[in-house]
Design a protein. Structure first.
Length: 286
């Protein structure tokens, strides 16, 4: 599939317009269609959700580039919306690997992707600054060569490594990522309102926040008031679904009852989001 310039332009526009937008993370065709019908204007893949569907753990670099890009493209095809790919560390340590991932994502018709600075090695969880910056620069150079307004999100994973007082490190690194060519900056795990507001004010680019985390998750109204541009959900929607699944399975195993079915979504409620044979058929009459 060739680059989808229109999708890239629409996605970039969302980052320039006033106000906040929510970019939820479906994990298959059905959930992509549900979110599209509900009116969301952009979607994203989630590495945790994709890893779960393959029976492996996220963050251990066990999902291939081809699988991740193919999964994001599936969401794109199912929704017709701009889709951002969650591509972990770019599927390789070297800047050339990041470059290849970005070019493949553009060729797949995606509108953007995120590249993180996590190494996958618990002994040295983050790339050193020099290499981290080279990786973002390689991504930006690849985008410029295509001439497509593909949205590049740079992620700093310091909050997820157990670093003590990570915010000064995160702010400095994300500012440098902006100088290296990032359109959006993202520090998954940040929950403090003052830190988020400071990142928005001093970061130098649009800020993505992972919604629904922390002891008292900030609302969309609160995040928008701070100037946050984009809220993604990562694995939260899939975990919500799995929470219901596990509760139902636990009831079956331990009680032998079916009370969980009382709150199930009905087939009719779900079917309105799904294609029918008539929807997919072509009119061949002349």
């Amino acid at each position: 599939m060739p680059a989808d310039r229109a999708a890239c332009q629409a996605f970039m526009k969302l980052h320039i317009e006033d106000g906040l937008f929510v970019m939820p993370n479906p994990w298959d065709i059905g959930t992509a269609r549900i979110l599209t019908t509900m009116g969301f204007r952009a979607l994203a893949s989630a590495s945790w959700a994709l890893a779960f569907t393959q029976g492996v753990r996220d963050g251990e670099m066990l999902v291939s580039r081809e699988s991740a890009i193919g999964h994001a493209a599936l969401i794109r095809d199912a929704s017709g919306l701009p889709v951002n790919g969650d591509f972990e560390n770019g599927f390789g340590h070297e800047p050339g690997s990041v470059r290849e991932t970005v070019l493949d994502a553009i060729d797949a018709g995606l509108a953007g992707c995120s590249i993180e600075d996590s190494t996958g090695d618990s002994r040295e969880p983050l790339y050193d600054e020099g290499l981290a910056l080279e990786r973002i620069t390689a991504a930006r150079t690849a985008i410029q060569e295509t001439g497509v307004p593909f949205v590049l999100t740079a992620r700093c994973e310091a909050y997820l490594t157990g670093m003590e007082n990570p915010f000064p490190f995160v702010l400095d690194r994300l500012q440098k990522y902006v100088n290296a060519g990032a359109d959006v900056i993202y520090a998954p795990g940040i929950t403090d309102a003052h830190e988020i507001a400071t990142l928005v004010r001093e970061g130098g680019a649009a800020v993505n926040v992972l919604g629904g985390i922390g002891k008292f998750p900030l609302s969309l109204v609160e995040l928008e008031s701070m100037g946050v541009k984009r809220v993604s959900l990562g694995p939260q929607l899939m975990r919500a679904a799995l929470g219901g699944f596990l509760r139902a399975a636990d009831e079956l195993v331990n009680k032998g009852t079916f009370d969980f079915t009382r709150t199930n979504a009905t087939g009719d409620r779900i079917d309105i989001y799904l294609a029918s044979r008539e929807d997919d058929s072509e009119d061949t009459s002349e």
